[in-house]
Design a binder for this molecule. Structure first.
Ligand SMILES: Nc1ncnc2c1ncn2[C@@H]1O[C@H](COP(=O)(O)OP(=O)(O)OP(=O)(O)O)[C@@H](O)[C@H]1O
Ligand SMILES: [Mg+2]
Length: 164
């Protein structure tokens, strides 16, 4: 069954906490496709996931490489596909070893290579709502979509932590 729901985040710290809760629940082989405009908060969300996986380092945008690996409760593979123009550019970099290994793969700009994502991937789309009254500039909408059984536990834990 496909789960789909969204939360709003009011600050960078809020987005980190949402990522952290997800990072705590995540299991080996999870692939997360992150989508959203420049500056939406994808890397901020990855920092939270890393925290939830007990990664000591703080991920930042991989500027010159497509992927950075971190050690944690599970290995974390942080991809950023901003600079690629299509999935063909991923041939030969061995992303499959990350995707289908025992770690967790989190991919910024997943829309650049839609076809590499298996159906079981979790998609998180972060958007910046249009500004207006009652709409502070730090507001972000995070939409979650996937087939993972644990997504409803994630939804519950966000609500219980009053982060919804
Ligand atoms: N609610 C929020 N959640 C996340 N980030 C926020 C929020 N409000 C403001 N920000 C700010 O937005 C910026 C998000 O930057 P970030 O690098 O995470 O974006 P990104 O989506 O990874 O961009 P890029 O496409 O360039 O990789 C940060 O400067 C952060 O402080
Ligand atoms: Mg980024």
């Amino acid at each position: 069954m496909i789960e789909e729901f969204h939360f709003h985040s009011s600050s960078e710290e809020h987005t980190i906490k949402l990522g952290e809760l997800l990072g705590k629940l995540i299991n080996p082989g999870t692939i997360i496709a992150l989508k959203g405009d420049l500056g939406a908060g994808k890397t901020v969300f990855v920092k939270g996931i890393a925290k939830g996986l007990n990664v000591e380092e703080e991920p930042n945008s991989p500027t010159f490489v497509i992927m950075n690996a971190y050690e944690g409760r599970l290995p974390l593979y942080h991809f950023d596909l901003y600079r690629i123009s299509g999935a063909n550019e991923l041939e030969g970099i061995g992303y499959e070893d990350c995707f289908y290994g025992k770690g967790v793969s989190v991919v910024e700009w997943a829309d650049r290579a839609e076809e590499i994502f298996p159906e079981s991937s979790l998609t998180v789309e972060i958007s910046i709502p249009k500004e207006g009254e009652n709409n502070p500039d730090k507001l972000r909408k995070l939409k979650f979509r996937g087939k993972k059984q644990w997504l409803s536990s994630f939804k519950n834990s966000v609500e219980q932590a009053s982060l919804a």
